[in-house]
Design a protein around this ligand. Structure first.
Ligand code: ZN
Length: 198
């Protein structure tokens, strides 16, 4: 890309290092940014650096927040004896959007993956175990239904069961609006196993 100035090249290079941004999108974004009013560009860059500077992990559940203890953990109205374990803050946000869950969370920031060399010590598992010493009645494992998510769920349930705390796994199965004939057997089997009485 010799035909652009090195400033433009640097911007394109930085943008294309972001997830989901290929070379073409990076170019489009770069030229869009170059055409933006200077004060708007300033707002964009300062929002990025401010977020990076001020956002940290909640000391309790390890979600991303700008306080020492996140708003969910500091909410007295929520049921602190039920902990839902999720892989990342986006999954927490997804459950929060349902508005139906009143417990608290624990964010692992990943999942166990022997293939990628990610072990139990590489995610926030120890921190979860430490929380179980408190008054906890149920741990809901809401990791993804991927191989990594399932491995993590198995590992966690084996670890927690001996403590006598109830361990549950979110049901997975037929998506709403899904056509049964197009769904794979594993998913159907899971749907059957996770059936509820009507
Ligand atoms: Zn928290």
């Amino acid at each position: 890309m010799e035909y652009y100035s090195s400033h433009i090249n640097r911007l394109i290079e930085q943008l294309s290092s972001l997830p989901g941004i290929g070379a073409k999108s990076a170019q489009r974004l770069a030229f869009h940014i170059l055409n933006m009013p200077a004060d708007q560009v300033e707002k964009l860059t300062s929002s990025i650096s401010d977020a990076r500077k001020n956002v940290r992990y909640c000391k309790n559940c390890y979600t991303l927040t700008d306080r020492e203890i996140c708003p969910i953990c500091s909410n007295e109205e929520r049921d602190h004896t039920t902990i839902m374990v999720v892989e990342n803050t986006r999954d927490l946000a997804a459950y929060e959007k349902t508005g139906k869950y009143n417990g608290v969370y624990h964010v692992l920031h990943g999942a166990i993956s022997p293939m990628l060399g990610i072990g139990p010590d590489d995610i926030r598992l120890k921190e979860l175990i430490a929380r179980l010493a408190g008054d906890v009645k149920e741990v809901i494992i809401a990791t993804n239904s991927s191989l990594e998510g399932e491995t993590t769920a198995m590992y966690l349930s084996r670890l927690i069961k001996p403590t006598g705390i109830r361990v549950t796994r979110i049901a997975s199965g037929v998506p709403v609006g899904g056509d049964l004939e197009y769904i794979d057997e594993v998913t159907l089997l899971r749907a059957l196993e996770g059936r509820v009485s009507l």
